[in-house]
Write a protein that binds this ligand. Structure first.
Ligand code: PGA
Length: 255
């Protein structure tokens, strides 16, 4: 199961940063830094309101655009929400689902993560589904149970074919935005556990091809070591994705 068989996906998660004007300028700067680097897929998951401007700047380039959340209904009385069709029409091809910040602050549950994942892939988006344990869960020795459960619940009803459009991002909550990265071994171990769960659900062939990213304080200094691990096929990068130089070094590390 060599990771060389999977093309890494390096995805920036801008979170709630950058106005549309700032996003436009930053996307142009980013393109200049990473153009010609063809060894991985590159995605920027931006605030929904930035998607049209960023998509316009990056049209015709290898950098794909994503959203950070998607509602599970096609349309209707859901004030403040955004549908998969809206994301696609605005230029997004990817969407982050179930980020720990949404689980922590916005009432996201395993059930809504599952609904959003189904809606995203049914509409033709690539879903980047986030899972990860809290520090207290790691310290209690239940990381495997927690992460396996999150993966199984997120993927309920997703077909083997739809798994082509699903990426799992393993993001230990204690490593997000804290500067505390999981060691490469810790990250690889859990990504391997996730791959085994997928193998149990869909068989070895699907498990072998599924992209499993690591996220949590990945940066220019630690990306190469993390991305060299057998089961880590890319990164979901928050803070370091807001600096074109750092993001470009991470893209280099995935070549
Ligand atoms: P971080 O965020 O890289 O700033 O830790 C990662 C994420 O939340 O996706």
């Amino acid at each position: 199961m060599s990771s060389r068989k999977r093309r890494p996906v390096i995805a920036g998660n801008w979170k709630m940063n950058m106005t549309p004007s700032e996003a436009k300028a930053f996307a142009a700067e980013l393109y200049e830094k990473v153009k010609g680097k063809r060894g991985c897929d590159i995605v920027v998951c931006v605030p929904a309101i930035d998607i049209p401007a960023v998509s316009k700047v990056l049209a015709g380039t290898a950098i794909k655009v994503g959203g950070q959340n998607v509602h599970f209904k096609k349309s209707g009385a859901y004030t403040g929400e955004i549908s998969a069709d809206m994301l696609l029409d605005a230029g997004a091809k990817y969407v982050v689902i179930g980020h720990s910040e949404r689980r922590q602050y916005f009432g996201e549950t395993d059930e809504t993560v599952n609904l959003r994942t189904k809606a995203a892939v049914e509409a033709g988006l690539h879903a980047i589904v986030c899972v990860g344990e809290l520090l207290s869960e790691r310290e209690s020795g239940i990381t495997t149970e927690v992460v396996s459960r999150q993966v199984k619940l997120a993927l309920a009803g997703i077909t083997a074919e739809q798994m082509n459009n699903v990426i799992i991002a393993y993001e230990p909550v204690w490593a997000i935005g804290t500067g505390k990265t999981a060691t490469a071994e810790q990250a690889d171990e859990v990504c391997g556990i996730i791959r085994n769960v997928i193998s149990g659900l869909y068989g070895k062939a699907v498990a072998r091809q599924t992209i499993i990213q690591y996220g949590g304080s990945m940066n220019a200094g630690n990306a190469a070591e993390l991305l060299a691990m057998e089961n880590i096929d890319g990164g979901l990068i928050g803070g370091a994705s807001l600096k074109a130089d750092a993001f470009s070094v991470i893209v280099d590390a995935a070549q």
